[in-house]
Design a protein around this ligand. Sequence first.
Ligand code: FMN
Ligand code: SF4
Length: 753
Amino acid sequence: MDYRTIVDLPGELLYLWHAHRTEVVLTGGILVAIVRLALYWRSRKTAQLARHALSLETKQVPENVTLLKPPEASSTKRKVSPPSAPKRVTGRRKTRPQDAHSEAVVGKVQPVIFYYTLGGTTKSYAEKLASALKQTDSSSSVLDPQLRDLAQIDYDDYFISAPKDVEPRTSFFYIIVLPTYNIDTELSNFLSHLEETHHDFRIDTAPLSALAGYSVFGFGDQQEWPTEQEGFCSQAVEVDKWMARLTGGRRAFPLGMGDVSGNVELRLAEWARGVGAIMGDLANGQGLGEGVLGSGGAAESADEADEVDDMNVVASAKASRKTRLTKRSTGDDLEDLKAPIPFDFTTSKSPSIAPPPRAMVPPTSPTYSSLTKQGYTIVGTHSGVKICRWTKSALRGRGSCYKYSFYGIASHLCMEATPSLSCSNKCVFCWRHGTNPVGTTWRWEVDPPDLVFAGMKEGHYKKIKMMKGVPGVRAERYAEVMGTAAGQGIRHCALSLVGEPIFYPHINELLALLHKEHISTFLVCNAQHPDQLAALAPVTQLYVSIDASNKDSLRRIDRPLHRDFWERFQRCMDILRSKRFTQRTVFRLTLVKGFNIEEEAEGYADLVQRALPGFVEVKGVTYCGTSTAAGAGLSMQNVPFYEEVTAFVLSLEAALQRRGLDYGIAAEHAHSCCILLADRTRFFRPAKDGGPERWHTLIDYPAFFRCLEGGETFGPEDYIGPPTAEWASFGNGGFDPRDERVDRKGRVKVVER
Ligand SMILES: Cc1cc2nc3c(=O)[nH]c(=O)nc-3n(C[C@H](O)[C@H](O)[C@H](O)COP(=O)(O)O)c2cc1C
Ligand code: SF4
């Protein structure tokens, strides 16, 4: 290098700096950032390894050792977890890591005993359990248990998150006692609720983890179901499993099981002692254990640790799935490659083969025998037919039902039937004795409509024949029912017996068969199946049961299975409105004192305004005296007097008038505690043969079939019958003077006018 080059060098460097200083500064900055990032990741990784090693150690802490380990335990030494083998709950108390929650439990524990019963056994044991767990010492940290019937509560209040209405530093402890039924009962819904909550992606994976703990006891019958594999206490096992998941593994005491035909008292007593002890421990801040001696032959239930791990996998999988996937793809982290493949329990279900559909009411089932004892004839696998008391009464000339007074139905020619004994409600006033199958979807065998129709008729006629020798049966009426000439035999079908007729997948075909034989159809549905309602073919009169005017009341009265029951109900209102010019639409209100009368007239008026039905039938509930009714808190006190029904109808009429809706009282049937409101603009009119305006609630049945067979579009006005009879109008009682009114003992009564 010569002297000149050396002299020019600073100038050259200065020139280069000026020309490229931006690039130089940027490159320098990036280099500094990379170095700092590398240092940061390195320190984070070390901390992660340390935490991981600590958690491995924690899992292996021996029994009865406090798990808040001294700092040296968090060494970075890695231990290998032992392979997890199926574990039997041994019943020895085993302390668990004192997590943040169990520390929070130091305070009070509020036990809640949930039970379910059909036959009453479990309820009486639940009550005994409640009094056994009642504290004698008022200063105890375990409060007196609350008792809750699973058939009465709203699951959302207890099984989506822990109840909130609790004192500070007090946690709920769930005690669940339940029988097992291998038929459809409320328990099936309860289990579905737990499962759905677990799989619901909108809900936390362990939404009940705020509970102090839970424990389940099952009642079963080992004479019929000797082992768990054969179904002994299978629903308790299931509930226990789902609760473990929903609580994030807070099973405080092992699942207990008792055989009602054997050891139940002993097992329950042992289990109750254990549950009582663990609640005391929880209140004293000792955290959860795995059980104590004498756990009542605890089930070899699913491995608790596995369940807790499941929860952890879900939680960590959600948080770190993205990171893991990235790391896997770059292949730079051996530890992560060994990590379990994240399995999201919120969306996946273990693969299962759907079982073939079963008969809804198999002849061997208790439901079958219960229904046949009540006088039902079971048709095929899911339909039923029964002679109603008014059919018998009309055969003897002792009066017909209110449908005769209102619509001209001849009760002795009427068949009451249903193509679906299953329902999606469990109304408190239902007379099904709580044993009928329930469900939100049709999951049973489906009988063809011709078989259903033929079976219904056969069953009905058989029962009518049995009336032949009953004293007082009028020969001419009997001949009309049994006759084969045109216009004789069954003329009318009330599809309203029990269950939900539009649930039957071939309801429209069945209606077509009925109409083909000129049997008119009154179909009652429960406003829970909007799609089926929208697709329903024309019927002579279409009813929707309106058992409440608002969501809460509907939930209490109908106890619907659908979680979106109110939305379904409202959609049905709109569908009814859209059908009002093609169908005779009717609201059927069943009044239950203390449930749906008081201050609800305005709410009902709003519903009428929404659906604009042609008619509103208001009827006082009939007390059926079943244990289901009693269990729902229903007694004779809930049956309104006719005066109360009248007062309600008058206030409803006034509420409708205030809304500019011209409905008026068109007819009454005091004997059935039933009053009919009708749309005055459509059904108060001059008679066909002239004369003043009168109510026209009767139906011209031949005209209905002419319309149907004519193939043209038609509406309710096209088959309006003659004016409503004078004796049926409001104030006249509604009893046909040609019939003889008798009291319960058959003595002739003078009809009051
Ligand atoms: C229709 C029916 C089905 C039953 N299914 C089972 C079953 O699958 N497994 C079982 O262990 N017990 C079964 N049982 C027995 C009941 O769980 C047992 O009788 C229980 O105590 C009834 O309780 P509850 O009276 O409170 O309703 C069944 C009982 C009935 C009547
Ligand atoms: S809708 Fe009718 S059949 Fe169904 S539960 Fe209610 S009352 Fe019973």
